[in-house]
Design a protein around this ligand. Structure first.
Ligand SMILES: Cc1cc2nc3c(=O)[nH]c(=O)nc-3n(C[C@H](O)[C@H](O)[C@H](O)COP(=O)(O)OP(=O)(O)OC[C@H]3O[C@@H](n4cnc5c(N)ncnc54)[C@H](O)[C@@H]3O)c2cc1C
Length: 389
């Protein structure tokens, strides 16, 4: 038996788990397939209340607040007229007993959140190895051995598969199945704010809603960049990954008939900065753990982005893992505690995100948008205090 924990994948989930396991007193190695980390990887990220609670549990709350931007009030804009038809009230950060809660308090660039977690891991003494693709593992009563594509091997007490939507570890445990394709695609870009300042006015955050698409924009990086994400039901094909390129014309074609202000914004997206990404999820599973191997983050519960909460739920996984490792001395036993505490929470989020997507892409969202479409309870989870059973 060793006191070494191996994490496959250095995304937001894997790094949260690695830092959490280190805080629980284990030596930790993260094996990341990519050859290096990019400061520009990904786009905007909403930081929901459970994400802030998770970063607090990992000792990074102050830095999270410092590097992110407040979200503010979100006007909903009619796709054809360009007029604000509803304003979603975002209350103050403090939880007010009489008032609504603070659901999406902050926004940031995913790469900034990633760097914060990576720096936190390095400071804590986590070993992070890039260019290390896990392709297989073996396990017995004494430990687990991760096998890499180049023949290297690494032994540990447990292996955390945080290797994303197309997880190799999950494929070994549950079979190599294709995720669910929803027929929707996300177009994502970051535009330098000065390029579109005249179009934004004083709007730092807004969502344009059409019958089968919506387009969200918000300022990040101290309001120097405008993050844009259009979630659109479409026949256009996109491959997984942060880097499948698109063109302004392709996006504009998707938004034919939408108001001029938005189309002007699309026309100003700098060349080479617009990417598309298919919206995929998987049906919930209840077996995340097999002996000394556990799934975490998108490897366990990839969900559609309609609540902007997938990364938060991956980070929650890490926090609960730390609590389980702290509570139970045998790490393999701790994985069972982790699984029991997490499956219902994550499965609810997967199914609820799918339901909200069906409403948003169902064709009549404009008729019902002012109804309480969201199940706000999804944001009402605190991994610092959630029950461990
Ligand atoms: C369009 C879109 C918008 C979103 N917006 C938000 C949002 O605003 N807020 C939010 O909270 N969530 C959002 N999400 C969800 C969020 O991005 C994911 O849930 C989260 O990033 C998952 O993190 P992860 O670490 O589990 O997986 P990943 O980020 O996929 O990381 C997996 C890592 O594992 C590595 N890897 C893969 N295979 C191997 C292997 N065999 N060996 C070693 N390493 C491997 C990969 O290179 C990668 O670094 C969004 C998702 C989408 C698609």
């Amino acid at each position: 038996m060793t006191d070494h924990i191996i994490v496959a994948g250095a995304g937001l989930g894997g790094l949260s788990a690695a830092l959490a396991a280190r805080r629980a007193g284990y030596a930790v190695t993260v094996l990341e397939r990519a050859p290096h980390f990019l400061a520009s990887a990904g786009a905007g990220l909403t930081i929901t209340a459970p994400a802030i609670a998770s970063m607090d549990a990992l000792g990074l709350e102050a830095e999270t607040l410092a590097m992110s931007d407040t979200a503010g009030v979100t006007p909903l804009i009619h796709y054809a007229t360009g007029e604000v038809f509803y304003t979603r009230v975002v209350p103050t950060p403090e939880r007010d007993e009489d008032g609504p809660r603070y659901f999406v308090p902050r926004v940031t660039h995913r790469a900034d959140m990633h760097k914060l977690l990576l720096d936190g891991c390095i400071r804590a003494g986590v070993e992070v190895i890039t260019g290390a693709q896990v392709v297989d593992f073996t396990q017995d009563a004494n430990g687990v051995t991760a096998k890499l594509s180049d023949g290297r091997e690494m032994a540990g007490a447990i292996l955390i598969g945080a290797d994303g939507l197309r997880s190799r570890i999950r494929a070994i445990l549950h079979g190599d199945k294709e995720p669910n394709h929803t027929g929707a695609v996300a177009w994502r870009t970051l535009i330098p704010a000065p390029l579109v300042a005249d179009l934004l006015g004083d709007m730092t955050i807004a969502t344009h809603f059409g019958p089968t698409a919506h387009f969200m924009q918000y300022l990040v990086r101290q309001r120097t960049m405008l993050n844009c994400v259009g979630l659109i039901k479409t026949d256009v094909h996109a491959q997984d990954g942060w880097s499948t390129p698109s063109t302004n014309q392709e996006l504009a074609d998707q938004l034919a008939g939408w108001h001029k202000g938005l189309l002007d914004l699309v026309a100003r997206i700098p060349e080479g900065t617009l990417f598309k990404w298919p919206l995929l999820d998987r049906d919930p599973i209840t077996e995340w753990v097999d002996g000394r191997v556990a799934l975490l983050g998108d490897a366990a519960h990839p969900m559609l982005p309609y609540y902007g909460i997938g990364a938060a739920i991956a980070m929650e996984d890490g926090v609960i893992l730390e609590r389980a490792l702290t509570t139970v001395s045998d790490p393999a036993e701790a994985l069972k505690v982790y699984e029991r505490a997490r499956v219902n929470r994550a499965s609810f989020a997967v199914l609820e995100s799918r339901r909200l997507g069906e409403v948003f892409m169902g064709g009549n969202v404009l008729d019902v948008i002012t109804e309480p479409l969201h199940d706000w309870d999804i944001y009402d989870y605190d991994p610092r205090t959630a029950a461990l059973h």
